[in-house]
Design a binder for this molecule. Structure first.
Ligand SMILES: Nc1ncnc2c1ncn2[C@@H]1O[C@H](COP(=O)(O)OP(=O)(O)OP(=O)(O)O)[C@@H](O)[C@H]1O
Ligand SMILES: [Mg+2]
Length: 497
């Protein structure tokens, strides 16, 4: 195996020379970026160890160069603590992994280089079957593939993870996936929706409270920071956390300690934090609604889950996956399939509700197809059919514009179809045994979701300006704030698997 070591410190180069030649690897050293590029132009390497700080160029530039001229060579970045963020950036650019200086565990170091060498010689690694166990469909989309490669690399480290993406794209599934690949897999994964509570309730949800700390605190209660001990704490919709919660989160992240509400004793935390948001947090920071220091603490490893319309090639795969799941849960003797024309139409649809919407459409279609094995257009939710018709009629540019800028129309379309789906599924599945109370309860629950999401979408369109959004919705900022608080009062806490 051939290894290129790029570092301007002679001691580091010598260290690797001894370590690697001892393992019978061929070692070439370069003390600058230029020298490294010259070597890379002359001979093939399996692994390159590149220091992030070089005298002439940035290590990332060397990484890019090597990946360009020798894509199969695996690059390991070496970094000091202060540059750990760039190291994560390097992984996005295709680095195999990063090493933190000073090197502590020499055996682990050698093992990492050996693994990188194997990966270089075998080409793309195949993933272990974790995703199957979790029911996580990855697909063939290159952006999604890169995301998963990165997830594998980030999972074993203790760094915080920030996942951005539209609603229903699978942010929580991705977080669970990373948790399951991490050394904390045996510990709990606890999700808390920061948009789902008033500020004071969220505070006690996160940190717990002592008996008698406020009216109604009749017993001491542990918060999720304690419940997630030795596991992962997933802060969902972290952008919705108010200013005082943001300060407290920052404090825990910095000190590793927190206090229960009304408590006097600091409690040490042992949790890995992952956070998700469907608003653009960097913009929230610019607008002064989210603390910059907290943002930087959270956004160490950044994941952007692409919307479904940007990975259309995987739509047939998702259709099959949910078809299989639905048919199995309904105990159907024969596996239904979609008519190819239907698949084509669904591939062209905009999917504002992303994978969650697709799963619902499949569930609806299977219920409607009533035992026939080929699912046709008439089995799809009527609202979706309407949208498909309009999309086909709209000039191509119009559709793209809607997807990027105006979110409201798509969202309303989505919810309308969602509501019809629920009613029809209830009618279709429980023929003769329709439960009106249950349907009403379902609709009420959906109402909360519709109102909340419509307000959030309007805010997104108005770039966070409440007055503009309120005008558009023919209401007032005060009503919007009230409804956001009211309609978000749901608790999502997943039990450990
Ligand atoms: N890659 C995937 N494979 C299988 N199922 C998926 C995938 N992505 C999403 N789903 C399913 O879609 C639904 C939505 O996923 P999830 O809750 O993770 O989305 P989200 O991005 O957190 O959405 P929100 O922003 O609305 O909270 C879930 O039922 C999930 O199981
Ligand atoms: Mg979610």
């Amino acid at each position: 195996m051939r290894v290129l070591v790029v570092d301007d410190e002679p001691e580091v180069c010598n260290f690797f020379r001894y370590l690697l030649e001892w393992q019978r690897y061929e070692v070439t050293v370069a003390t600058s970026g230029e020298e490294a590029k010259a070597h890379a132009g002359e001979r093939r390497f399996d692994v390159a160890l590149v220091d992030l700080k070089l005298p002439d160029v940035d290590g990332l530039a060397v990484l890019r160069h090597i990946k360009n001229v020798q894509p199969e060579c695996e690059v390991i970045i070496m970094t000091g603590y202060s540059t750990i963020r760039s190291a994560v950036e390097a992984i996005k650019l295709g680095a195999y992994d990063y090493l933190q200086k000073p090197f502590e565990d020499i055996e682990e170091l050698a093992a990492l280089i050996a693994r990188a060498g194997q990966a270089a010689q075998q080409g793309d690694a195949t993933w272990p079957p974790v995703e199957e166990e979790l029911g996580f469909v990855i697909g063939h989309n290159p952006a999604m593939q890169r995301l998963i490669t990165m997830a594998h690399k980030v999972a074993p480290k203790e760094i915080t993870v920030l996942i951005e993406g539209e609603t229903g794209t699978g942010k929580e599934v991705l977080a669970r996936f990373i948790h399951h690949l991490s050394p904390r897999a045996q510990g709990p994964f606890i999700a808390v929706n920061c948009g789902g509570f008033t500020e004071s309730l969220l505070e006690s949800e996160l940190f717990g409270h002592e008996k008698g700390s406020f009216t109604g605190a009749t017993a001491t209660r542990r918060g999720v920071f304690e419940l997630a001990h030795q596991g992962t704490l997933f802060l969902d919709e972290v952008g919705a956390a108010g200013p005082s919660i943001q300060v407290q989160l920052l404090r825990v992240l910095e000190s590793g300690e927190f206090y229960r509400v009304g408590g006097e004793r600091p409690i040490k935390t042992d949790v890995r934090i992952m956070a998700a948001t469907n608003v653009n947090l960097a913009e929230e920071v610019k607008a002064g609604r989210f603390r910059e220091d907290l943002y930087y603490r959270l956004d160490v490893a950044h994941f952007h889950v692409p919307p479904l319309r940007e990975r259309r090639e995987d739509i047939p795969l998702f259709l099959d996956f949910f078809l299989h799941r639905q048919a199995t849960s309904m105990g159907l003797a024969e596996m239904p399939r979609f008519h190819p024309q239907v698949v084509n139409k669904l591939k062209a649809y905009a999917w504002p509700g992303n994978i969650r919407e697709l799963a619902n459409v499949v569930a609806h279609a299977v219920a409607m197809s009533d035992g026939t094995t080929v699912i046709e257009e008439r089995h799809l939710p009527p609202k979706l059919l309407g949208a498909l018709g309009e999309e086909a009629a709209a000039p191509p540019g119009a559709r793209a514009g809607q997807a990027d800028g105006e979110v409201l129309p798509g969202l309303l379309e989505h919810w309308a179809s969602e509501i019809v789906t629920h009613c029809q599924a209830a009618l279709g599945r429980e023929e003769g045994r329709l439960s009106l109370p249950r349907l009403l309860a379902q609709l009420r629950e959906m109402e909360a979701g519709v109102i909340r999401q419509v307000i959030l979408a309007a805010l997104k369109e108005s770039m966070g300006n409440y007055q503009v959004a309120a005008d558009r919705l023919e209401t007032t900022p005060r009503v919007m704030r009230y409804l956001l608080r009211e309609k978000g009062k749901k608790r999502t806490k997943a039990a450990p698997k």
